[in-house]
Design a protein around this ligand. Structure first.
Ligand code: MN
Length: 128
């Protein structure tokens, strides 16, 4: 059975709703959290095929969360795509160092994000 569950970690309600709608319309299941802390918990429990991770979050940020997911044997295989504001561009080196599998800049471009999700979900299902 193909795992088509996508975890969306995003504190902005509008962005969260947009990602959820785009993904659900295209046949994915979604689960959401507004904080990195909850997102990590959900990833450990639900083992999504992919995580879409905002960087600027209340409390722990997306880069810290990515490190924690990578350091946990339960979640380390799950690809994590950063979805971040272009104002964060100067932090690109730091973002890359933290080991995201890809990143997208806001505003979210539907076609691009769907292609990324499709590719990673396919890879993720092949691997497991
Ligand atoms: Mn945010």
């Amino acid at each position: 059975m193909t795992n088509k569950l996508i975890l969306i970690v995003e504190d902005n309600e509008k962005n969260r709703r947009m990602l959820r709608d785009i993904l659900q319309v295209n046949g994915y299941q979604t689960v959401e959290s507004e904080t990195a802390e909850d997102g990590i918990r959900i990833a450990q429990q639900d083992l999504p095929a992919l995580v879409l991770m905002d960087i600027q979050l209340p409390g722990m940020n997306g880069m810290e969360a990515r490190k924690m997911l990578r350091n946990d044997p339960v979640t380390r295989h799950i690809p994590v795509v950063a979805v971040t504001a272009s104002a964060m561009l100067h932090d690109q080196t730091e973002i890359e160092k933290t080991g995201f599998d890809a990143f997208h800049y806001k505003p979210i471009r539907i076609k691009e994000i769907l292609k990324t999700v499709h590719d990673f979900v396919e890879k993720s299902n092949e691997a497991s």
